[in-house]
Write a protein that binds this ligand. Structure first.
Ligand SMILES: NC(=O)c1ccc[n+]([C@@H]2O[C@H](COP(=O)([O-])OP(=O)(O)OC[C@H]3O[C@@H](n4cnc5c(N)ncnc54)[C@H](O)[C@@H]3O)[C@@H](O)[C@H]2O)c1
Length: 393
């Protein structure tokens, strides 16, 4: 092998493809192994990316020796145990998918395990590499809207799922301020899950950031007026400052200030994928640079910890009916605790998972292959086979 780093992907599903594309984009990385209990997934990854080794279990893979770069691309409950297992085997770096974990206890155990083994840990908030978010961060840092007073976003499909990207983007663009406290409201009328994790039907969270700005996230709330991007889909974020306003998604930035002459839309940005080769490729590139002595990665575990803490504090705030100061003391998953304590009795019984359609066991693999041959993405194919609307995230 001539590459300086070998990589392995645990979880050959939708986001596993983005990690494979990201590794393929780096000349010093060879994607060596795919780990997935589903044989069709292993075969597909080996075929599509020329991966030489495939394993049905993480234990089997880790028994082969010390791994270099490991991507954890499974559903949320496995993020912490698999990251800790990879660190235990001496991995040089782990890129764990978002959300980092579903409790601060898990988050801190992941960080401790990685510190103990000298493993560099990232969390894949790869939208930080999109041109809209990067330009917005530059403009806010340059003071085009003055002092930041309020940062806000609206999302769908769960706080842990999409909300983690929204909070991460708001913090990234406003210069990574720490949060001081969180106050939140949570509704769970149905027994809603997302990737094996109980989630809310709707929630709204307000946090105060260092410097005094407020962060507001509305998740799954019915709203007549969204924050839609003027140039296509994307996660729209809004920043209000003492001297103006800025709106951004991964694809656009527009500014309203005293000298902008109304809304000034920046149309020079590349319209790139938010997931996949380019964003994930740059994520890998910055990781290799960090491993070789470069600056802290923009998706470091330290940064993802802050986002996860805000989400966990939101659930804890709803559980306790009060403002929750940070650092958060609760180490469990407060939403699950609230459900167990009877604090969120469902009025519509019947558990369902909004990502159940991603289960590959038992699908029509022949039809899958036909759709894949047309260039469709994995997530879209799985949604089509299940007859549900697919929205990646
Ligand atoms: N960063 C992003 O923009 C983004 C986008 C989509 C998904 N995600 C995250 O990626 C994670 C995976 O989501 P997905 O949509 O790719 O799911 P998926 O269901 O498409 O893929 C998960 C894969 O993991 C495999 N798997 C299950 N148990 C395993 C085990 N013990 N060892 C190895 N493999 C195992 C499954 O067979 C499946 O192939 C989630 O946590 C999700 O939040 C992130």
């Amino acid at each position: 092998m001539s590459a300086r780093y070998s990589a392995a992907i645990i979880g050959g599903g939708d986001i596993g493809h983005a990690h494979a594309e990201g590794y393929a984009a780096h000349p010093d990385v060879e994607l060596r192994a795919i780990i997935d209990p589903v044989e069709a997934a292993r075969r597909q990854f080996q075929r599509e990316y020329g991966i030489p080794e495939a394993y049905a279990s993480v234990e089997e893979f880790l028994a082969t020796g010390r791994p270099d770069l490991v991507s954890v691309c499974t559903w949320h409950p496995l993020h912490a145990p698999l990251t800790i297992a990879a660190a235990g085997a001496g991995a040089r770096a782990v890129i764990c998918e978002k959300p980092m974990a579903t409790s601060m206890g898990e988050v801190d155990a992941m960080i401790a395990a990685c510190e103990g083994s000298g493993t560099t840990l990232l969390v894949s908030h790869q939208r930080r590499f999109t041109p809209g978010w990067e330009r917005a961060r530059e403009l806010v840092a340059a003071g085009v809207i003055g002092e930041v007073l309020t940062v806000e976003a609206r999302g769908v499909q769960g706080l842990l799922n999409v909300g983690t990207h929204l909070i991460d983007g708001l913090l990234f663009i406003s210069g990574e301020p720490a949060a001081r406290w969180v106050l939140a409201a949570v509704e769970r009328e149905t027994e809603r899950f997302e990737r094996d994790t109980p989630i809310e039907d709707r929630c709204m969270l307000l946090a105060e950031l260092d410097g005094g700005a407020q962060l507001l996230v509305q998740q799954d709330l019915p709203s007549a007026r969204g924050m839609a991007s003027p140039v296509g889909a994307g996660m729209a974020l809004r920043f209000t400052g003492s001297d103006g306003m800025l709106e951004a998604s991964e694809f656009f930035v527009r500014v309203f200030s005293a000298d902008s002459g109304g809304w000034r839309l920046d149309l020079s940005l590349e319209q790139v994928d938010t997931i996949g080769g380019r964003a994930n490729g740059r994520q890998v590139e910055e990781l290799v640079a960090w491993l070789e002595g470069g600056p802290e990665h923009r998706c470091s575990a330290r940064r993802a910890r802050q986002t996860t803490e805000i989400m966990m504090a939101a659930y804890e705030s709803a559980r306790r009916h009060r403002v929750v100061p940070l650092p958060l003391q609760e180490t469990g998953y407060p939403l699950a605790a609230m459900i167990a304590e009877g604090g969120l009795p469902p009025t519509v019984p019947g558990a369902y998972d909004i990502r159940a359609f991603l289960h590959r066991d038992g699908i029509d693999e022949e039809r899958y292959a036909q759709l894949r041959a047309t260039g469709m993405g994995h997530h879209e194919i799985m949604a089509a086979l299940a007859g549900v609307p697919g929205r990646r995230g």
